[in-house]
Ligand binder design. Structure first.
Ligand code: HXC
Length: 517
């Protein structure tokens, strides 16, 4: 049987109607705001010709509130698979032009079908969010749809990377889906995300607020920590997705895309020493150190604006993908507070589930002392770091650059957290606490009774420093693998990484550890 010309025309007409559902004027208006249409987002993400749409003709069955027969192309979401580089990726893109991209039963079914594909085949999920939330006309069907999506977000968690890209509204319970994913990218100007917006907050609490205060990308990237990356516009958001994917494996059973054909040259970098300040009370520029240690100086910093006293991100060292965790002495002297602990713990767990080795760079004076910190639960938050590092079975390399005191010594992946290698620079100070504080406690009486208390304190401080606050006390007890010349750090790490990539560590079987949350 041959197909009639009419049948083929019908197919073409139906497809065109669905694909071209936005007028040139509306499209131009979106572009003027730095936005793209839902379909453009998908097309730009994927390699030309690799996108295959799922459920293009799916349609809602709602009848209440004037919905009967109302045409909603794609039911407000484009779903499908394509290639980003040579990796298959599943993506959906909510279409704000179709009833504000709202989610009803069919939209949820389409998304869930795609998530099941990602789970079965083991490929990353990318979700472009641009929606007015639950489709009010579909009532509990819409809520149930969200519930199914959340359930699959959890099923996919730790199996395939999930990246949410918030490019428009993401309000109410809808915001839980990005929160359940591994990374959230959010557009600086056209997106907002909150559980309850200004109007509800005013009605319930009486407090006047703004969309920016409770839901902007800037707020989430710097205050709440809900957002990992800010994008300047939609194009930038998609570029960030591609960059992020270039560090990730398609799923938890595969390695990240290491390029082990890159040779390890015994590169000695004498200039790195110039970054170590002469006075240990002066802050070290950790970003500059990282830049010298990683390939092409490229660090994809995650959570760059949140808890800036620590730095986390992806990089490569002689071709091996690594997760970098570091203190940032330029902010709060690099001390660890609640947000920093959350940021590190989360990143360590993300690296661990996706088999990404961890490189930890330490220059930390301790956990931040303070009433708010104690009352806020710094014990619980700090414990997350211990839990995350101790639980991580990926290769773990630690370099102690300068200060490494007390609990923070352990929390920054010391040997006791089962770091595979712990290197220390000669400038490292490893002790229960800093010299000044220790001397004040140990020698309070002697200093008080001395003719020149200040001079006595200075003498004792130096003595303490020489004796304890060097790497050699720790190294002589074999808590340190080696004390290295800072100039040798890059190739030392590169070589050690190659030697630990094959690491296999068996742990006792259990449902899961009980991380202090
Ligand atoms: C059904 C909706 C809708 C919704 C918008 N529309 N939101 N239809 N359910 N949630 C419809 C509008 O009626 C309109 O239809 C079309 O989409 C475009 O909306 P406009 O308001 O004209 O657009 P705009 O001015 O750009 O404003 C967009 C908006 C606003 C900011 C998203 O519509 C809005 O505030 N909507 C409500 C958002 C909200 O409160 N959602 C529920 C969140 S709670 P017509 O027919 O005129 O084209 C939630 C619970 C989830 O989602 C729970 C999960 C656990």
């Amino acid at each position: 049987m041959t197909l009639s010309l009419e049948a083929m025309n019908t197919l073409r007409r139906r497809r065109e109607k669905i694909i071209q559902n936005i007028s040139p004027e509306k499209l131009a208006a979106l572009h003027a705001k730095g936005m793209l249409s839902a379909r453009e987002r998908v097309n730009i993400l994927f390699l030309d010709g690799s996108f295959q749409e799922l459920g293009m003709h799916a349609h809602h069955n709602a009848v209440s509130f004037g919905m009967a027969g109302r045409e909603l192309p794609t039911d407000g979401v484009i779903t499908g698979t394509g290639y980003v580089g040579n990796m298959q990726v599943a993506a959906f893109s909510q279409d704000f032009q179709v009833l504000a991209g709202t989610m009803g039963k069919m939209q949820a079914r389409k998304i869930v079908r795609l998530m099941r594909h990602a789970l079965r085949v083991g490929v990353p999920m990318v979700a472009f969010k641009d929606s007015g939330g639950a489709r009010i006309q579909e009532g509990v069907d819409a809520l149930s749809g969200y519930g199914d999506v959340f359930y699959y977000n959890v099923m996919l968690s730790g199996v395939v990377p999930q990246i949410a890209v918030v490019l428009g509204p993401c309000a109410g319970g809808a915001a839980y889906s990005p929160a359940l994913m591994d990374f959230v990218i959010m557009a600086r100007h056209n997106a907002y995300m909150f559980l309850t917006g200004p109007e509800v907050i005013k009605a319930v609490t009486g407090r006047t607020t703004t969309m920016d205060e409770v839901g902007s990308a800037e707020m989430h990237a710097s205050v709440s920590g809900n957002v990992h990356f800010i994008a300047e516009d939609d194009q930038h958001a998609i570029a960030l997705v591609k960059n992020l994917l270039s560090y990730l494996p398609p799923n938890n059973t595969e390695d990240p895309p290491h390029d082990l054909s890159v040779p390890i040259d015994e590169m000695v970098d004498q200039d790195i020493k110039a970054l170590i300040p002469g006075d240990s009370s002066e802050p070290l520029n950790m970003h500059a150190v990282i830049q010298r240690l990683v390939d092409r100086g490229e660090l994809l910093e995650v959570h760059a604006g949140f808890a800036r006293n620590v730095i986390v991100g992806f990089a490569r060292i002689s071709g091996a993908v690594v997760g970098i965790v570091a203190n940032n002495p330029m902010v709060m002297a690099g001390a660890l507070d609640m947000d920093a602990a959350d940021k590190i713990a989360r990143f360590v767990r993300t690296c661990n589930v996706f088999n990404i080795p961890l490189v930890t760079l330490v220059d930390v004076p301790g956990f931040l002392p303070g009433v708010e910190e104690e009352r806020g639960g710094i014990i619980r938050h700090g414990a997350k770091m211990l839990h995350a590092f101790a639980s991580a079975t990926v290769p773990k390399l630690t370099v102690i650059l300068r200060k490494s005191y007390g609990g923070s010594y352990l929390a920054m992946c010391s040997q006791e957290m089962r770091a595979d290698m712990v290197y220390a620079w000669p400038s490292a100070e490893i002790a229960v606490m800093g010299a000044e504080a220790a001397v004040k406690i140990l020698y309070r009486k002697e200093i008080k009774e001395a003719a020149d208390g200040k001079a006595k304190a200075a003498e004792l401080t130096q003595q303490y420093r020489d004796e304890f606050a060097s790497p050699y006390a720790a190294a002589s007890n074999f808590y340190i693998t080696d004390v290295i010349d800072p100039a040798d750090t890059r190739w030392t790490l590169a070589l050690a990484l190659r030697k630990t990539l094959g690491k296999r560590e068996l742990r006792p079987g259990k449902k899961h550890g009980n991380m202090p949350l």
